[in-house]
Write a protein that binds this ligand. Structure first.
Ligand code: NAP
Length: 527
């Protein structure tokens, strides 16, 4: 069932002789299938095919792209339980999570299908000519969003479906009219191949040009680096670590023709606990956060890695309860030995910092690839003076910072790096006494949460998933929701162009019936 080959457009290909295996972290053994690394010539072929496909794919209608995207969803669904089994053997994640993530992936593909079928996303804007305008005549100008070109997508290991092969980045780029080359994540390359086969089947069934999609395997970073530097690649989508995202961003910037890299990276998602909330319900908040910190073994980009409060009896109660609750939770398996190893190293490094106190104590050891959750606490001054404590420890790890007063709380928030989310836990109107805290947090994050937890990312148009650097490389865009299509387009204007040669979106007759800005008025009317 899994061939281990690359998809170079519609063709399975394995010309190199270097192979690798994926790993089952629960069983602590390698999976059976061999995966073949993509060769340099396969990388070039995929890029050439994508550039060729772009010529036609970028011009096809929204309705046809919608048919393609819906067919991808259907084909992924048709893979049935086989896909879920491979997903679990390559990630250690349970069947329920696999089903949930598949549902999210299908939902994303179908949402993009609806989005491009409806068509308003091109943001058509028309300013008609005024030949008699004084002192100078005005030209006819018509603008809309058009596709950028071939896009390379790197998926993260912690979402083998929803942020991977046919995940959000791929769905958004295909919806925009960009061919996609996936650099498959080596830790779930079998899952990646199965999903790629579904995309290819859908492309063939719906008559898409060969090269609209390719899937390349690699266990190292060379294939990804070559792709990012390839002259025919015009944009990059990355979900993963700050180290990886930044390396690719720098590589793209050094090209003769620099290209955008939309990298969604790590975050510690600060949670601010206000005093009255802690006074009234420290115990309940601690219970909720013990669950959020350990959810999915802490392997979420929205994991609450930093909790900040002002010293009080309420904060002490919270810290004590969190310590008690967190040790009751069973340790869980991480995605693969590398992530489990990185967790141990980063945790050890954090725990070695002076002034850090560990709140949870364990005596027994854990199974291979399992992670023991840890909560720690530190004084506000110590946190402010030690940048190492500001870094993500990817896994079930959280740090509680105990501030001296409100002013220190504000200072700490304003000194944080950019984050995906920020959360405020408040009693009734308590938050209104903290306008500076709210402002400081808004300046550091992409999404602010009131009395909740940061884990859990709803896929819908109003979701912002991205924030100031290093949460993402461009905080103006989201990686989740239909607005993420905006990363893969550029605005383009036609001046005095004959009506019959204009794309349908800009023709006088408005044959698609889309909403357009005509002479500064939003309308679906003809011109
Ligand atoms: P990762 O180690 O950065 O890997 C992601 C992908 O990038 C892999 O295919 C990897 O290839 C490649 N890569 C890494 N460094 C590279 C380099 N220097 N040059 C070229 N390619 C490189 O991340 P991960 O372990 O899969 O995911 C965990 C991280 O993702 C966490 O930090 C988490 O917070 C973040 N994350 C963020 C979001 C978000 O939306 N913001 C969502 C999920 C996860 P190799 O494996 O071959 O090295």
């Amino acid at each position: 069932m899994i061939t281990g080959k690359n998809y170079i457009g519609n063709q399975l290909s394995a010309t190199a002789n270097r192979t690798f295996k994926t790993f089952n972290p629960l069983l602590n053994i390698e999976n059976d299938w061999n995966i073949t690394e993509a060769s340099n010539s396969e990388v070039n072929q995929a890029a050439d095919l994508a550039a060729e496909a772009f010529k036609t794919y970028s011009k096809i209608s929204g309705a046809t792209k919608a048919t393609f995207l819906r067919e991808i969803a259907n084909e992924i669904e048709a893979l049935g339980d086989d896909l879920l089994e491979v997903y679990s053997s390559e990630s250690g994640l349970p069947n329920g999570r696999a089903m949930g993530e598949r549902g999210r992936t299908l939902g994303q593909l179908r949402a993009f299908a609806n989005h491009v079928e409806e068509g308003n996303w091109v943001e058509a804007s028309i300013d008609t000519a005024e030949p008699d305008r004084e002192p100078l005549p005005k030209v006819d100008l018509r603008k809309m969003n058009i596709a950028l070109g071939p896009v390379v997508v790197f998926g993260a290991s912690n979402f083998p479906l929803a942020f991977s092969t046919a995940g959000g980045d791929t769905a958004a780029a295909l919806a925009a009219g960009c061919p996609v080359i996936v650099k498959s994540h080596p830790m779930h390359a079998g899952t990646g191949e199965m999903v790629a086969s579904a995309v290819i089947k859908a492309a063939e069934k719906t008559g898409m040009p060969n090269g609209v999609f390719s899937n390349l395997n690699s266990s190292g970073i060379e294939v990804g680096q070559t792709l990012v530097q390839h002259p025919k690649v015009k944009a990059v989508g990355f979900t993963g670590s700050i180290k990886g995202g930044r390396a690719l961003y720098d590589l793209a910037a050094k090209r003769d023709e620099p290209i955008p890299v939309f990298a969604e990276m790590g975050s510690i998602n600060p949670v601010v606990l206000l005093p009255k909330a802690l006074h009234n319900r420290a115990e309940a908040i601690a219970k909720t956060y013990a669950g959020s910190i350990t959810l999915g073994s802490g392997q979420f980009c929205t994991n609450p890695g930093l909790i900040i409060g002002i010293k009080s009896q309420g904060l002490t109660n919270f810290v004590n309860n969190l310590a008690e609750d967190i040790v009751k939770i069973e340790p869980s398996c991480m995605l693969h030995p590398n992530i489990a190893g990185a967790y141990q190293t980063n945790k050890k490094n954090a725990l070695a910092q002076s002034g850090l106190q560990v709140l949870a104590g364990y005596e027994d050891s854990v199974e291979p690839n399992y992670a023991r959750q840890v909560v720690t606490t530190v004084e506000g001054d110590t946190f402010l003076n030690n940048p190492t404590l500001h870094h993500e420890v990817f896994g079930p790890f959280s740090l509680v910072v105990q501030c001296e007063n409100k002013a220190q709380l504000e200072t700490i928030i304003s000194k944080l790096e950019g984050q995906l989310t920020g959360t405020i836990i408040s009693d009734d109107n308590e938050i209104s006494e903290y306008p500076n805290v709210v402002n400081a947090l808004q300046n550091r994050v992409g999404r602010i949460i009131f009395n909740g937890v940061p884990t859990g990312v709803e896929v819908c148009p109003s979701m912002q998933h991205g924030g100031p650097y290093p949460a993402s490389t461009d905080s103006r865009f989201t990686a989740v929701g239909v607005d993420s299509i905006k990363r893969w387009v550029r605005p383009f204007s036609y001046q005095d162009w004959p009506n019959e040669l204009l794309p349908d979106e800009l023709k006088n007759e408005n044959p698609l019936g889309i909403s357009r800005l005509v002479n500064s008025v939003k309308t679906t009317a003809n011109i």
